[in-house]
Write a protein that binds this ligand. Structure first.
Ligand SMILES: O=C(O)CCC(=O)C(=O)O
Ligand SMILES: [Fe+2]
Length: 320
């Protein structure tokens, strides 16, 4: 059922350049999660309610696993176009190149992506001859990201008055209705003489999901964020990429579920400016998106209830 999504109106209004503003990017260590759960939950809640984004370190995903996933992604994107075209995007799985047009800016993101949604991968995995070991590495990384995302969401569940396993049940990977997605992203290198005016590597948007884990590589900057509460300021803060930190975004599903207590935040990826590094940029995002049949309800009635399936359908069709 189609509803008029306020998120789309918000996004359409966010196409300007805005300004750049330094803000503190909170880094939260998860090392003591076993013994200091309440303290860490408090730190995450405070960062998330203030700004909607934060970084986690000591998160339990080994750097070697992150590097293996990036290596697999680079080998996939290095395939000839006609090979990648054997695995075309189908809903939120498979490969696409320059087809995502954000409602904010109306021009295609200057990137290609390959998405993995476990319930919808039939015929979409490259063969071992094309990219050796790809499926094993990526499935393993998806699982590690999912477990971490569920851990972080369980800390929010406590504060929202949900039981600790609430989000884990809502993101069940064994179900054919699973729709959480691991997305590999490749932003193209930019030739010296290219005119980039009006072009974005990724136009301003909020994520459709509950929580995003975003992995960036040192030296490949460009991500800028705008805290949910300060969206009107259009003052964007660059996030310095670091291999060991995961940048976390609250997405719109969780904003709805929390009656806006946890604001989603706008973010975007700029094209290299004059004198900036023009090489390729790779990133990986895990989107925790509740299974299709799950009803996203806001207790105080800020939003009408909607199934996660309808919600995602509408957001995806506004982008592709
Ligand atoms: O590549 C990035 O740093 C951001 C990607 C992103 O925001 C997205 O795909 O939703
Ligand atoms: Fe995003």
């Amino acid at each position: 059922m189609n509803q008029n999504l306020t998120e789309l109106d918000r996004e359409r209004a966010m196409g300007g350049t805005g300004t750049v503003s330094d803000r503190e990017v909170r880094r939260i260590s998860l090392a003591a999660l076993g013994t200091e759960r309440d303290r860490i939950a408090g730190e995450l809640w405070s960062a998330a309610t203030d700004t909607g984004f934060f970084q986690v370190v000591d998160h339990g995903i080994d750097l070697a696993d992150v590097r293996r996933a990036f290596d697999a992604a680079e080998r996939f994107f290095a395939l000839p176009e006609d090979v990648k075209a054997r695995y075309p995007k189908r809903f939120n799985s498979g490969w696409e190149s320059m087809t995502q047009v954000r409602p904010s800016i109306g021009t295609p993101d200057q990137k290609e992506s390959y998405q993995v949604t476990l319930s919808n991968m039939s015929g979409l995995w490259p063969t071992d001859d094309e990219v050796a070991g790809f499926r094993t590495v990526i499935e393993d990384f998806e699982r590690k990201c999912r477990l971490l995302a569920m851990e972080i969401l369980s800390l929010f569940a406590d504060r929202l008055g949900f039981d600790r396993e609430f989000f884990t049940r809502a993101h069940d990977p064994e179900s054919p209705t699973y729709q959480s997605t691991l997305r590999l992203l490749h932003y193209f290198a930019v030739p010296e003489d290219a005119d980039l005016s009006g072009m974005w590597r990724a136009g301003a948007h909020t994520d459709f999901d509950c929580l995003t884990l975003l992995f960036q590589r040192a030296g490949q900057g460009g991500l800028q964020v705008l805290p949910g509460k300060e969206a009107r300021s259009e003052a964007w803060t660059p996030i310095e990429p670091a291999d060991e930190a995961i940048t976390c975004n609250i997405g719109d599903m969780l904003m709805r579920w929390s009656d806006d207590r946890l604001p989603s935040n706008f973010h975007r990826v700029t094209s290299p400016g004059p004198g900036e590094h023009r090489g390729a940029r790779y990133s990986i995002a895990f989107f925790a998106q509740a299974n299709k049949e799950i009803l996203i309800e806001s207790a105080a009635g800020t939003y009408p209830p909607i199934t996660a399936e309808d919600y995602l359908q509408q957001r995806i069709s506004a982008n592709f």
